[in-house]
Design a protein around this ligand. Sequence first.
Ligand SMILES: [Zn+2]
Length: 136
Amino acid sequence: MSPSVPRPLPTHDDVEFWEATRRGEFRLQRCSDCSRWRHYPRPACPDCYSREYSWDEVSGRGRIYTWTVVRGPTLPVFQERVPLVVADVLLDEGVHFQAELLDCTPEEVRADLPVEATLTELDDEFTLVKFRPANR
Ligand SMILES: [Zn+2]
């Protein structure tokens, strides 16, 4: 039996995020009162404490804020995929989002590198947000 990739465990706060990515949409929470974007998903705005929010589509564009290079696989299933770059991306909307950076070697990644989101199907139920260098 081959090892399997760990799957997300949606919670009450992020189930709409996973439903959106499955439809091919990258959506994050946005406060209905002060318009601030936020991620990770949570029930109240960290700025104005409002509990009113919507799930709005983000541009998917941003820049590398920081990153790490995974060289030792955390699970056997990742053995063939290391080294891989996991980036903290500062989205144009002002929100940080952490995900794998595709099509970029550890030697090529740098701070402020423009990137764009790409949705990658994990299986029939889950689609992951990842990033790749943007041409802009
Ligand atoms: Zn707010």
